[in-house]
Design a protein around this ligand. Structure first.
Ligand code: BES
Ligand code: MN
Ligand code: ZN
Length: 493
């Protein structure tokens, strides 16, 4: 898709649809009046009021009038003028893409009106526009993907320098390809995306982007004493994998470790989930997918920072050799864990990876995991839980999340609740007391990071959507990729 920014008269540009973003209460404002004049009369105003369009966020209407070049005319709501932030532009971008899809429009013109728009807003619009176009169509005989948009033209009062916009847009497109990779992997059926498959993709895509990729097979996993990965994988006939991605820049003092939960299907194991809860459990490797997506983007953006990605990958199935409630895992550092619920498998395998990550003495560890249903209960599907043992690191990630429109909400690591993971037979157990499930899961992970600054993101809610958002289609969302890239590139800057 070609993106252009132009000044001048939007109705004069050849297009299939002309989209007019309108702020709340401005349905009869300057921009709309101007458009109405261009289109010759009261028709536009009448159409807008017939649609009860008020410029509220999420509102959109295709007007029953055509422009002078026979283009369709549509309005989308921007919300309160005082609160039109980058996220508002992303959402309007996403809605515009949806409108273009419905209309089958290949050439889209957006009349941004009289407000002075800078590069960040224009890029945000394009970002939402692109993110909303995603479809996972490879198993559809007839694709339900919206027809391709070939040209997107944003009409503004004073266009920014083409060079700046182009550089920004290219960087964004790189990040978005990481999001697409993550979405594709999450959406892939579990029979296809076995641990070996994910490791192969990581190797291929990672190396193509310029990462060093090391894949540990079952034998190496055993010699490295990744005891939990072995224990969880015992219920499955698929062998586990452990992937280490390495991004090295020329000169830097800083090294960050990323860890992603890679359960390619979570049946719960012998502590079997009910059928309904299993329907979306192919999403349980979304943390791994986010780490891979972010790191492939990073290798192309080349910020001055070193990053290691660690991904433990296995299925969690109840096969004949599956681990059982009551089993004890002895970790590579000697710590023991009593497994009382095999469905709390994420924290088990993450602990292996956190130990490997901490051994390399990074400046910080960030893990992403679809870890607990409890976090979904607390924060829903649009916000991820953030836990941290270091407030400075937490603040940086919270800021990156806000900047990218991937909201994170800090939850407390309540030290008193450590009592809930005490075990009668081992050092700790893998479930809490029933309350505060996302906190006890995070407290469990904390046991394995030592004094390394660490952030844990529980992305169980936003990793996978059963209902689309303005720029996020149903299914795998790629949540975390944009936040990680933002955090790592601003850290390097
Ligand atoms: N993968 C699940 C968490 C999950 C639930 C992710 C819903 C996405 C959507 C995790 O492995 C799990 O099963 N957690 C259990 C923990 C419990 C057994 C302590 C849960 O949340 O019920
Ligand atoms: Mn589970
Ligand atoms: Zn799980």
């Amino acid at each position: 898709m070609q993106i252009r920014v132009r000044g001048g008269e939007p109705t004069g540009i050849a297009a299939d649809v002309l989209i007019v973003p309108v702020a709340a209460g401005q349905e009869d404002g300057r921009d709309v009046r101007r458009l109405a004049r261009r289109l010759g009369g009261t028709m536009v105003k009448r159409a807008i009021s017939a649609a009860r369009f008020r410029g509220r966020p999420g509102q959109a209407a295709v007007l029953p009038v055509q422009g002078p070049r026979r283009q369709a005319i549509a309005v989308v709501g921007l919300g309160d003028e005082a609160r039109i932030d980058l996220e508002a532009w992303r959402r309007v971008g996403g809605q515009s893409r949806q409108l273009a899809g419905t209309l089958g429009a290949a050439r889209v013109v957006v009349a941004c009106g009289a407000r002075p728009l800078e590069t960040p807003q224009l890029v945000a619009f394009a970002e939402g526009f692109e993110l909303a176009a995603y479809r996972f169509a490879k198993y559809k005989s007839e694709s339900d993907a919206p027809p391709a948009v070939t040209e997107l033209t944003l009409v503004v009062v004073s266009p920014p320098a083409e060079k700046i916009l182009e550089t920004e847009w290219r960087a964004l497109a790189t990040t978005l390809s990481g999001v697409t990779l993550a979405r594709d992997l999450v959406n892939e059926p579990p029979a296809v995306k076995t641990p070996a498959y994910i490791a192969d993709v990581a190797k291929k895509v990672g190396q193509a982007a310029g990462l060093e990729v090391e894949v540990w097979d079952a034998k190496r996993i055993a010699s490295e004493k990744l005891a939990a990965l072995i224990a969880v994988a015992r219920g499955s006939s698929e062998e586990p994998r452990f992937v280490h991605l390495r991004y090295r820049s020329k000169s830097t003092q800083r090294r960050i470790a990323l860890v992603g939960k890679g359960i390619t299907f979570d049946s719960g194991g012998l502590s079997l989930k009910p059928a309904k809860s299993m329907e979306t459990m192919k999403c349980d490797m979304a943390g791994a997918a986010a780490v891979l997506g972010a790191m492939t983007a990073l290798a192309r953006l080349k910020p001055a920072i070193d990053v290691d990605g660690y991904i433990p990958i296995t299925e969690n199935l109840p096969g004949g050799r599956a681990q059982k409630p009551g089993d004890v895992i002895r970790y590579r550092n000697g710590k023991t864990v009593e497994v009382l619920n095999t469905d709390a498998e994420g924290r088990l395998v993450l602990a292996d990876a956190l130990l490997v990550a901490a051994d390399a003495k990074p400046d910080a560890i960030i893990d992403l995991a679809t870890l607990t249903g409890a976090c979904m209960v607390a924060l829903g599907t649009q916000v991820a839980g953030l836990f941290a043992n270091d407030q400075k690191l937490a603040d940086r990630l919270l800021a990156a999340g806000t900047d990218t429109g991937e909201p994170l909400w800090q939850m407390p690591l309540v030290a008193e609740y450590k009592d809930d993971i005490k075990s009668a037979v081992a050092d700790i157990k893998n479930i809490g007391g029933g309350h505060a499930g996302s906190i006890t899961a995070a407290l469990f992970l904390q046991e394995f990071v030592g004094s390394t600054p660490w952030v844990h993101l529980d992305i169980a809610g936003p990793a996978f959507l059963e209902k689309a958002l303005p720029y996020t289609p149903k299914g795998g969302t790629g949540f975390g990729v944009r936040t990680l890239v933002r955090y790592l590139t601003t850290l390097a800057a």
